[in-house]
Design a protein. Structure first.
Length: 290
C-alpha cells in the first residue's frame, strides 16, 4: 500500500467518521436510524455555500454558519418529527417513517431553492495542494482531517467528562431509568440532535469543498450507515473505526477497479460483516427496535 493511498484513505475516512458519528449518536439515544441526517447535511452545506458565495466570507465563517444551521435545524426537526413519538412511547417504527419524511422535506427545500444544478464552493486556499516528496496532499483534505480529529476528540471529552455527556450515555443505556434518576431526558435528546446536526453541517461543508454540491448530496449518509454497521451499530468508537476502514477500502478499490465498481464492493463488505459479525468490529449489543 503506497503512502499516497494511506493519506487519501485517512482523508476520506475522516469525513465519513463525522457522518457516522452523527448518525450513531441518534441511534444510541433513540434506537433508530435517522435517515434525515443526510438531507440535513445537504441543507447545512448549501447554507454555508450561499454565505460564502454571496458574502465573500472565508472558510471558518462558512463552517460556523453550516454548523449552527445544522444544529438549529436538527433541534427543530426533533421537536417537529420526533418529540411526540418519544413522549407517547409510540411504536419505534414511526421514528423511521418520520425520519424519511423529514429528510424528504429537507431535500425538497434544497431542490426548490437551487434546482437540479451543481455548485462549487469558492476557492478558499491559495495553494490547493501540498507536496511532501512523492506524496501530494490536498489542502482541503489536510484541513478536513485535522478538523475531524479535533472535533471527535472534543466530542469524546464531552461524552466522558461532562455532566451532559454522562446524561447522554445514561439515556442511551436506559431512558426510563435515567429519568427516574433525575436526568432530563427531553433536554438530553435535544442535546444529542444539536450535536448530530452540528456534525452534519461540518461534514457537509467538507464534502462540498472536496467534491461538489448538489441536492442529493445527502445520499452519502449511506456511507455513514455502512461505517456504523461495520463498526457496530450503537458504538461511537466502532463508527469511527468503521469509517476509517471504509475510507481505506474505497481508496484502494478506486485505484484497483475504478470508481464505478467501488460501491458494489463496498456494499459487499457490509454484507460480509452482517453475515460474519453482525455486531460489528466493536461488538455492540445495541439493536434497532422495530
Amino acid at each position: 500500500m503506497s503512502l499516497q493511498i494511506i493519506v487519501n484513505g485517512l482523508a476520506t475516512g475522516s469525513v465519513y467518521a463525522l457522518i457516522a458519528t452523527g448518525f450513531s449518536l441518534i441511534f444510541n439515544v433513540l434506537k433508530f436510524s435517522n435517515f434525515s441526517h443526510g438531507a440535513l447535511m445537504t441543507l447545512s452545506a448549501f447554507c454555508g455555500y450561499f454565505v460564502a458565495a454571496q458574502r465573500g466570507l472565508g472558510l471558518i465563517p462558512t463552517i460556523l454558519v453550516a454548523v449552527v444551521t445544522g444544529a438549529l435545524v436538527a433541534l427543530a426537526g426533533e421537536f417537529i418529527a420526533f418529540r411526540r413519538i418519544t413522549l407517547n412511547n409510540t411504536s419505534p417504527v414511526y421514528f423511521f417513517v418520520s425520519s424519511i419524511t423529514l429528510g424528504t422535506m429537507f431535500e425538497g427545500i434544497v431542490t426548490v431553492k437551487v434546482g437540479a444544478n451543481f455548485y462549487n464552493y469558492p476557492q478558499f486556499f491559495q495553494n490547493s495542494t501540498i507536496k511532501f516528496g512523492s506524496v501530494v496532499i490536498s489542502t482541503s483534505d489536510l484541513l478536513m482531517f485535522f478538523c475531524s480529529v479535533v472535533t471527535l476528540l472534543i466530542l469524546a471529552y464531552i461524552l466522558q467528562k461532562t455532566r451532559q455527556g454522562r446524561g447522554l450515555r445514561s439515556v442511551s443505556f436506559d431512558r426510563d431509568t435515567a429519568s427516574l434518576m433525575g436526568i432530563n431526558v427531553t433536554r438530553t435528546i435535544q442535546f444529542t440532535f444539536i450535536v448530530s446536526g452540528a456534525l452534519a453541517g461540518l461534514a457537509g461543508v467538507f464534502l462540498g469543498i472536496n467534491y461538489t454540491l448538489y441536492p442529493t448530496l445527502g445520499s452519502l449518509v449511506v456511507k455513514g450507515f455502512i461505517a456504523s454497521v461495520i463498526g457496530g451499530l450503537g458504538s461511537l468508537t466502532g463508527a469511527i473505526i468503521g469509517a476509517v476502514l471504509l475510507g481505506f477500502v474505497e481508496t484502494i478499490l478506486i485505484s484497483l477497479v475504478g470508481s464505478g465498481y467501488t460501491p458494489v464492493f463496498t456494499f459487499l463488505l457490509m454484507l460480509v460483516f452482517l453475515l460474519v459479525r453482525p455486531s460489528g468490529i466493536a461488538g455492540s449489543n445495541v439493536q434497532e427496535k422495530a
